[in-house]
Design a protein around this ligand. Structure first.
Ligand code: URA
Length: 248
């Protein structure tokens, strides 16, 4: 693997800002292969050299995977010169070069977003070939009749002719403005709003609840970001089932 500077390795693998990593190195809190190294620019092989920080080994992980509970009003892109983006919500110590949201939400949509610097993971998650189910809750502006549920099941054609794969629609709260659970395997532009729109239904609020078997945890407040555990990362590509219910 390409050699890496010690300060970069300690900051990315130790979840520290670059300046905090540098100060840990200068203070003698970092060892490389058993010896204290006070040179932040020292080069190492991330895969074979053994680095410790404060006595604890730093295990090398090439990529980082985060989950965010996206609030409304934030753009789901990597950067925008004029508006706040989901990347702005990531604490400095968890930022990585090339990090991006794997699957976009609209500015006004809330809920689960995965951020990573792993392009293959992002591609796998967003590719319709892999059929990863995403569950949304949509508050719509008029009653939903059975015909809409059947049309979603068959696969909607959007007004511009774009075909959508079959989707599950379940009314979970009836009334003048019902709450609907929608499960889709794709992520076309404004897909859910446009699918309801073909039936003259407007979406007043939209929230992404889960991706695969990974459900947005109750204790992740709006705007908060945290690192995905290995199990959570794997849950993204597994189906929801009673066996993995403890991950939900
Ligand atoms: N469908 C939409 O219409 N908007 C989103 O943000 C996600 C899915």
């Amino acid at each position: 693997m390409k050699p890496q500077r010690l300060d970069k390795f300690v900051s990315t693998q130790g979840a520290l800002t670059r300046s905090a990593a540098t100060s840990q190195i200068r203070r003698g809190n970092v060892t490389v292969n058993g010896k204290i190294c006070r040179d932040p620019s020292a080069k190492l092989d991330p895969e074979t050299d053994v680095v410790t920080l404060g006595g604890n080994p730093l295990t090398f992980a090439e990529h980082l995977y985060l989950m965010l509970n996206k609030p409304a009003g934030i753009l789901c892109v990597s950067r925008d010169p004029n508006a706040e983006t989901v990347l702005d919500l990531v604490p400095q110590n968890l930022r990585r070069a090339g990090m991006f949201p794997a699957g976009r939400l609209d500015k006004d949509t809330t809920g689960l977003v995965i951020l990573t610097d792993d392009g293959d993971f992002g591609h796998r998650l967003t590719s319709p070939k892999h059929l990863v189910e995403k569950v949304y809750y949509a508050r719509v502006d008029a009653p939903v009749f059975d015909g809409v549920i059947k049309a979603f099941e068959k696969g909607t054609h959007l007004p511009d002719g774009t075909p959508c794969a079959p989707a599950k629609l379940r009314v979970v709260e009836d009334g003048a403005e019902p709450l609907c659970e929608v499960t889709v395997t794709e992520g076309k532009y404004h897909q859910i709003k446009r699918m309801f729109g073909t039936h003259d239904l407007g979406v007043n609020a939209l929230h992404r609840h889960s991706i695969g078997a990974l459900v947005l945890p109750d204790d992740l407040a709006e705007g908060e970001v945290r690192v995905l555990s290995e199990d959570e990362k794997n849950a993204v590509f597994s189906e929801k089932s009673p066996e993995n219910a403890d991950l939900l």
